[in-house]
Design a protein. Sequence first.
Lengths: 425, 285
Amino acid sequence: MKANSKSKISRRSLLKSGVAATTAAAAGTLGAPMIWAQSNIVLRQSGTGVSAFNEIAAKAKEDLGITMEMTALDSDSVVQKVATQPKAFDIADIEYWMCKKVWPIGNLQAMDTSKIANYDKIVGIFKNGKLTPTSTIAQGTAPHTVSFVEGANGKSFSSEETGWMTMIPTIYNADTLGIRPDLINRPINTWAELLNPEFKGKASILDISSIGIMDMAMVCEAMGEIQYGDKGNMTKEEIDKTIGIFTEAKKAGQFRAFWKSFDESVNLMASGEVVIQSMWSPAITAVRSKGIPCVYQPLKEGYRSWGGGLGIAAHLSGKELDAAYEYINWYLSGWVGGFLMRQGYYSAAVETSKEYMSADEWGYWFEGKAAKGDIVNPQGVKMESAGAVRDGGSFYDRMGSVACWNAVMDENQYMVRKWNEFIAS
Amino acid sequence: MAVLQKNISSILLASPVILVLSAFIIVPIILITAVSFWGSTEFSIYPAFLFDNYEFLLTSDVTYRVFFRTLYFAVLVWAITLVLGFTVAYYLAFFIHSLTWQIICFLLCTIPFWTSNIIRMISWIPFLGRNGLANQSLIEMGIVDEPVEWLLYSEFSVCLAFVHLYTLFMVVPIFNTMMRIDKSLIEAARDAGASSTQILVNVIIPLCKPGIMIGSIFVVALVMGDFITVRFMSGSQIANMGRLISNDISLLQYPSACATAVVLLATVVIMISIMLRFVDIRKEL
């Protein structure tokens, strides 16, 4: 997927940029967006598919005059690109566990939070780990643990706010299992159901080791088979035991398939090959948009959560660097947030999205209230009718019951090796 | 003098091939072999001369299981495509008498190859699925009551896709050698009282050996090196050597991927050289 909206200079946009150019000097870098059309700035954003939308690139062009070239890759490939091809991207749109992996390599530069206009509105999850002052912090690579570094050239992560961020958070969500209620016909309320023999040959799990292992851990813990010290940082024994349980299930024919890309998970669910599986929020919406019932089932053990942000490549400087800050400021200023919220994600500066959503949309997506009218997806296709309530309820209900974050463990290489054996077994 | 000139001109004539082969085959293989001894951390690889990659590869029983899986698929697919390919070629060469129709039928065989092989492979998935066309038809015809599960994401579906993708590679060279068989040989055999089976076994098959061997080399090499067919058609449930390599690459473990690639390459080369022992392709072409 590549969005490359070539600049079409209409009289209107020329006028707009002309006006903007004269006001730009006054506006400065903070707050009011500058228009960059005349400088022909192109930024290459590499990321996972979750937020690489053509609509965002088009809107950035319209609002900022910056041409965004978006490349969507699977998780492993993004990590690989950021780690090994430092010049091949300008902005990295990655998750926090990936940040933990790639930050020490030094291909990203720390960002000055004083240049981020909406920094104060970023939710606590990314700053001190707490959604509300009383929340407990979940296991795994919680975003705030890899959010800050000591200074502009800091290499090691800092546990508190320092004014220098590794990435500016943009998007996050709480993940759980997706089910086909019409084919299961009974309530599902625990992660342990994924390995229930009742669903033999009809279950699936994702084949991305760093995320899959967390889903596995949620299941093993729910089954009461393993008590983890920290699911996000397992010992070798815990890894062996977890993979062992799933290998046994695999040999017994529990799984229909494993999926690696978003659309594979949609197809597995929509075709009825699978009735219960690890799934991501927009995949649920995609299945539902086909008129097939699919529920993002809240489970009593809680959610496996993830967060993503935008990082700036180390090689960026001068105009491009200013443009990147401008883009990130714009990203947090509300329109993108509203767009992402309609996909079922949350925006980091969540309040700013409110004015870009209708009261009904805000009620449905954020507050967990019953929809008053039709709920449409960002492309305008109807997804839900009046009366529908979001699976899992409100923002605070969902993000408040996170059990663990996607993580990179100290024993990551060992885990990957074991994961490969699981796939090969 | 004349001899020297002849030598120079033949060296010059051969040099483009030598250059292309060394740039695109020999140098990469040397590089892969070299990197297979390197060390790696989670993100970086560093030059070294270590046997770690091979040690890990050759001491893990997963490797052996996957390796035999790969061989198993190669042999199975080879056997099926051989029978199918030979039959199709035999029909085209001996049962269709006009050259025009032979060409038309041959082109018909290639029609599926007008689309990409990923498309050809993926289109099996909705067909074979639990609620797919195949199962619906079976249920409607009353042959089964419940959908047949092993049609998709199984060894069956992997083999089916392989056979579908690679049979033509068997048909073409066999058909080619069959067309070169002097028809008078077959007439002579018949005049000498040989039955159809005897003609097939004692005349046609021996004369088709080079074609069979070329087709076999194609199929074996393609199946041994494949990873995407196995991944899609088994729903990632089955692994072969190619998938081990692709997993390693996606996790930045290039040295380990190289070591696996070297072992795979060595195996394929050994298999093909054994196959070539049976037939002198250059002599018989």
